[in-house]
Ligand binder design. Sequence first.
Ligand SMILES: [Zn+2]
Length: 168
Amino acid sequence: MEPSESPMAVVARYQRNPPVDLDSIARDLGIKVYKRPLGKAIAGQIMRDRISGGPSGFSIWVNSEEHPNRQRFTLAHEIAHFILHRDLIETGIVDDTMYRSSLSNYYEVQANRLAADILMPVRLVKAWRVSLQAEAVGRRRTAARSAKGDIHGGSWRATFAIIGAPFS
Ligand SMILES: [Zn+2]
C-alpha cells in the first residue's frame, strides 16, 4: 500500500469486484487478522498490538465459532473501528455479540453503518437491483424468447450470496 493512500481508498480498491475481499483490505491497512474461538459472548475485537499486530500496530480478532456471515460482518465492523476510531482505541475494543463495547453506542452505530457500506457498496447494490429488474422483464418476455432473462437470471442470487446476510 502506498503511504499516501487513505483507508477509504484501500477499501474502494477492493469494492470494484465482488466479493469484497475483507482480508486483503485488512492486510493493506496493516492490520493482522486472527480468527479464533473467543467464547459465546464475544463477536470480535480490535487491539493495539505491537507484538502480534500488523504494521499499523493493530490486530483484529474474529470469533471463528460464529456463522461465516457473522464473521464477515464482524471483520468489517472491526475494520470500521480502525478507520473511524483508531485514535480513540486505548488498549482495545471488545465487541460482544450485539456489537456493544466500552465505546459509546454512538460509535458502535457508526461502525455498523460503515461495516454495511464496506460489505454492500452502492455499486453492488445497484447491480443487484438491475439484475432483479432484468429477471422480472425476462420472465415477462419468456414467450417472446428474450435473452435478457438468460443473461441476468439468477445473477442477483449470486450477488446476494457474495454480500451475505450479516445476521443470519
Ligand atoms: Zn464495535
